[in-house]
Design a protein around this ligand. Sequence first.
Ligand code: ATP
Ligand code: MG
Length: 872
Amino acid sequence: MNSKDTRKQFLNFFKDKGHKIVPSAPMVIKDDPTLLFTNAGMNQFKEYFLGISQSKNARVVDTQKCLRVSGKHNDLEEVGKDTYHHTMFEMLGNWSFGDYFKEDAINWAWELLTDVLKIDKDSLYVSIFEGSNDADQLEMDHEAFELWNKIVPVDRIIKGNKKDNFWEMGDQGPCGPCSEIHVDIRSKEEKAKVSGASLVNQDHPQVVEIWNLVFMQYNRKANGSLESLPAKHVDTGMGFERLCMVLQGVQSNYDTDIFTPIIREIETITNSDYGKNEEVDIAIRVISDHIRAVSFSIADGQLPSNTGAGYVIRRILRRAVRYGFTFLNTKEPFMFRLVKVLTGSLGDAFPELKEQKQLIENVIKEEEYSFLKTLDQGLVLLDSIIANTKGETVDGGKAFELYDTFGFPIDLTALILSEKGYKLDEVGFDKAMQKQKNRSKSASEISKEDWEILQDDNEQEFVGYDMLDVEVKITKYRKVVSKKDGTQFQLVFNLTPFYAEGGGQVGDKGYLEDVHGDVVYITDTKKENNEIIHFAKNLPKHLGESFKAVVDKKQRSRTEANHTATHLLHQALREILGKHVEQKGSSVHSKYLRFDFSHFSKLTSDELREVENFVNARIDGQLQLQENRNVPMKDAIEEGAMALFGEKYGDAVRTIKFGQSIELCGGTHVKNTGDIWQFKIKSEGAVAAGIRRIEAITGDAVKDFHVDNDTLLTKIKDALGNSQDPVKSLVGLQEENSSLKKQVAELLKDKAKNLKGDLLQELEEVNGVQFLAKHIDLDAGGIKDLCFDIGSNKDNLFLLFGAEQDGKALLSCYVSKELVTAKGLNAGAIVRELGKYIQGGGGGQPFFATAGGKNPAGIAEALEKAKVYLTK
Ligand code: ATP
Ligand code: MG
C-alpha cells in the first residue's frame, strides 16, 4: 500500500469512529515560549489537556508535522545513522478530550493495525506501565493490562518502566501511563533464533515502536507531586514513516515510497549509489531526511538565521551539506535541486510546499552557497591552526572556535586532522562546548511555581478591541523566576483589555489599580497555551478584589497606527511590485514597523517613493475601519483575504478591511487611516535570498524624524556660514578642497626636488659610507620617495631621516643594497633599535624601513645615534 493511501486510511478509520479530521498545526511554533517546534501531535492541543479551554470536538484525528531536533526530544544525532529516526516526521494521532479512555483507545488501535491494515498479529508486541517505586509510588497500569490481555497473549505484553511507559509533557503539567505498540519486522529465521519480546525497547532497528497510546490522568505540580486530573484524555502518536515501512514490507523507513524518490534524485545528482557503502548510505539518508525538515520549516515561514528556531534550521541544513561535502564529494549547492521531488510526493498532503517551491529552492541554494564558502575558509583556517601546532594534538579550544564562529563541524575537523596525522584534543573541545552550553542554559533557565487559583472562570474574554480600561478580577496567578527577567508574576484575569503579543504585534503595557489607590504595573502581555498572561514585577496587595485594568493608551495607539500601516504597505507592495509579494514576517511596535516579504530584487528609489505615496494616499483618503470578528474562513478567502503559511486559523476568522486592503488579522487597528497621519520608509534591505525587509515609521515618529532632519540641516547651514544653498556650498567646498590638494602635492614635489640638491651637498663620508642623519619636514611618502631618489644618484648610502607630523614622530632609514651585504647593515633592525628614542617601533626591509612613535622630542637623539652603526 502506498503512503498516500495509508495516511488516508488512518484518518478515515477514526473519522468513522466519530473523530473530526483536523489539519496539522504549523511545525514552527510562534506563540509558545516553552517550545520552538512542534515535537508531538499533542502540542497544538495543550490548552485542552491543561483545562484552559474546551475543544469543540471531543474526538479529533490528524497527521502532525513534527520536528525533533532540540529540547526534550532531540533525535538529530541518530538521524541517518539508524533507519527509523527522522528530524521531521509525520505523527498520526487520535485524541479524546475527556471522552473515551483506555478501552476504546486500545481496541481501536488493535483493530486498525490488525483488521484494517492487516499487520500480522504475531509480529506485534505491546507494553504497559509497571508502576514505580520512587517518590510517586505509582501502581502498575492494571486497567491497560487487563484490556490488552483480552486480545493479546500474555507473553506479548511487556511491562515497562517510567522512562518508556510514563509520558510527561514537561516538568509540570498533564501526564500519565502509556502503552506502546512495537513491531518485529525480522525474518522468520531470526525470529526463531531470538524472541522479539527480548528486543523490545532495545534500540533494535527491526523491532521498533510504532505507536504510543498515552492515557493522561495526572497533573504534575511544581513541587513534583501528582494530582488526578478531573477529565481524562487520550493522546496517541504513531510514526507515519515507520508504519509505511511495516506495510510496504521493507526494512528501513528510507526504503518506503516516502524517501525512495528523493534518494534516487540524490544518486543522480551526486553520481553515487545507495546501498553499497555504509558511509555513503548515511550521507544519503541524512540529506534525504534533512531536506524535508528544512523545506517544511521554510514553508512555515521560518527561514535559516543566526538565532532561535532559525539557527536550528541553519544547523540542520549545514549538517546535510557537510555530509554531502565529505562523503559524496559535492562542492556546489545541490540540495535545492531536491525540493522538486519533495513537493512532487508531499505537495498534495501539504500544499504549503507546492505553493512556495520557488522560495524554498532560492533560500536553500543561497544557504548552501554561503556555507560552502564558510567550509572553504574553515579549511584555510584549520591549515593555519595545524601550522601553529606544536606536537601532534590540536588544541580543543581552537577547534571549538572554528566550530562556534564559522559553523565548521567538529567531526569534519577531526576527520581532516586524522588524515594529516594529527589528533584532536576532544576533552578540551567538550569542555569549551560545555562552558558555552552552561552559559546559555543558565541565561534561559526559568522556574515556575504552580498557579494559585483565586476563582473559577471558564473563559477569559479579550475586550481590548473596544475598551482600554475595564474592571477585572484576577482568576489565577503564579511566580516565575528567570535569570534574564528576575522575579515576575503572571496574572490571568476574568476578562482583559490587554492585547497579548501575537500576529507580529507587541503586547500591551499598562497598570492595575484597586479602590485603595494601589497600583501595579503590567509590563507585558503574552499568550501561553492560548491564555492571556499579564506580567507584573509585583503582586497586587488585595488579590481578591476588583481592579481597574488600564492599557497604556499612547503605546497602544502608536502600535495601532503601525499595524494598519503594515496592512497598507502589504497592499502597496502587491499592487506596485506584483502579486508574487507575500508576507514573510512582520513586527509591529509602538515606535516602528518591520515587514518582510518575498521579492527577488532590491527596490529602486522610485519604487520606494511609489510605495510611500500609495500608503500616504490611503492615509489622506481617511478610510474607515471595517472589522468583522466572526467570518467563516471560506468567505474571508473568497472576499480576497490571504491566509499566511505557518499561521493557525480557526473555522471562523476576523477580517480587517481598509478600502481594498483586506487581511485576516487578530491585531488592533486605528478606526480611520487618517489617524496614522504620515507614513515614511526608513530602510529597505535583504534578509535572505528572495526576501526583502522594509522598516517604516508613522505618526509622531515621522514628526520626530522631520524635526531631527530639520535640526541637522540648520546645523549644516550654520557650519557653512549660514548658506542659503548648502548643497551648492558643499559642492563648492569639495571642489576647492580637491584643487588645493593638487596644489599641495605639486608644492611638496618641488620642495623635495630642492631638498634633494641640498641634501646631496650635506652627505658626509664615514668609513667609506655616504652618510646623512637629519630632521626634515616632509610626510612619510615624501621621505620615502626622497630616499630612493637620492639612492639612485649615490652608492654606498646610509640615510636616517626624522620627521614630525601631527604630534607623532617618524624615523625613515635607507641603506644601499650593497651595504646590506658588505657591512651587514639592516634598515629594519636599525629603526627597531632607534625606535625606543621616539617611544615606538617599526620595521621593514633591510634596505628601507620606518618606525613611528609618540615622542617627537626623541628624534634628535635617534639621529645622533645613527653614526654609531658605521663606526661599530
Ligand atoms: P523512540 O523510542 O523510537 O525514539 P519515542 O518514544 O521517542 O520513540 P514517542 O515520543 O512516543 O516516541 O512518539 C510517538 C511515535 O512517533 C513513536 O511511536 C514513533 O513511531 C514515532 N517517532 C518518534 N520519534 C520519531 C522520529 N525521530 N522519527 C520518526 N518517527 C518517530
Ligand atoms: Mg525518541
